[in-house]
Design a protein around this ligand. Structure first.
Ligand SMILES: Nc1ncnc2c1ncn2[C@@H]1O[C@H](COP(=O)(O)OP(=O)(O)OP(=O)(O)O)[C@@H](O)[C@H]1O
Length: 223
């Protein structure tokens, strides 16, 4: 995978101004943006997903231009083929595990009467060991299972890249460690490119092949 991001955005809230000025590029499949709270990591991830529009700059993914202010290009989020995993997973509470996963499929397949029987949904239920929970609702499963459901829902659409916002912050310490290794193995098996934002050094150690440090809205250093 290749990612090339060069963006600027000025954000104002009352008399506070935040200048986002991010530039990095990498051809790694395991990229980590690392930095303290308020550094500008989420804003960067949102810009890549198309959920925030920079004032200036460009974003290229696998040589495809997703955003280019100078040429008035701004591909819609739904057409970027990127999967965005929120910190709290944002599962639909009124949909079962199987329905949540099926929601990631295109063409309204989330309306399937028996989503657990859909071959693609079945494949992901199996891959994540979620078969037994297919008919359960998010409130009826564990934190680790919720994270697996969110990952399955993200991967079912075969995205070009998985964008993960603090993927383990909602988990307790021991589960966090387990899920971190699980995600690492999953990435190696599926070879799905990932970009993770985190302030946890353990995520950097386990999941970062290319690591960029974000401070005060800008990239400070990388390895
Ligand atoms: N809509 C907005 N309007 C004004 N300022 C904003 C807006 N969104 C974010 N900011 C500011 O931009 C800065 C960076 O925010 P961002 O969410 O990217 O931080 P972060 O590095 O992801 O932090 P965290 O780890 O706490 O999520 C913060 O100072 C925040 O207050």
């Amino acid at each position: 995978m290749s990612v090339d991001v060069q963006i600027r955005k000025e954000l104002r809230a009352n008399d506070r101004v935040f200048d986002l000025n991010i530039a990095f590029s990498s051809d790694s499949d395991r990229i980590v943006l690392y930095g303290p709270s308020g550094a500008g990591k989420s804003l960067t991830l949102k810009a890549i997903a198309g959920l925030m529009t920079p004032d200036e700059g460009k974003i290229n993914l696998n040589q495809r231009t997703l955003f280019d202010a100078a040429h008035d290009i701004n591909v819609r989020p739904q057409q970027r083929n990127v999967a965005y995993l929120f910190q709290d997973y944002a599962l639909f509470p009124h949909l079962t595990v199987a329905q949540n996963i099926a929601f990631g499929l295109q063409r309204g397949c989330f309306n399937l009467r028996r989503p657990a029987a859909h071959p693609t949904v079945m494949k992901w239920l199996e891959a994540f060991g979620l078969e037994a929970t297919a008919g359960s609702y998010p409130s009826q499963i564990s934190g680790g299972q919720r994270q697996r459901v969110a990952l399955a829902r993200a991967l079912v659409a075969q995205p070009d890249i998985l964008l993960l916002d603090e993927p383990f912050s909602a988990l307790d310490l021991s589960l966090r460690e387990r899920m971190r290794h699980e995600l690492s193995e999953l990435q190696q098996q599926l070879r799905v490119p990932m970009l993770i934002i985190t302030h946890d050094p353990a995520d950097v150690d386990i999941l970062g092949d290319a690591v960029f440090e974000v401070r005060d809205g800008t990239i400070r250093q990388h390895k």
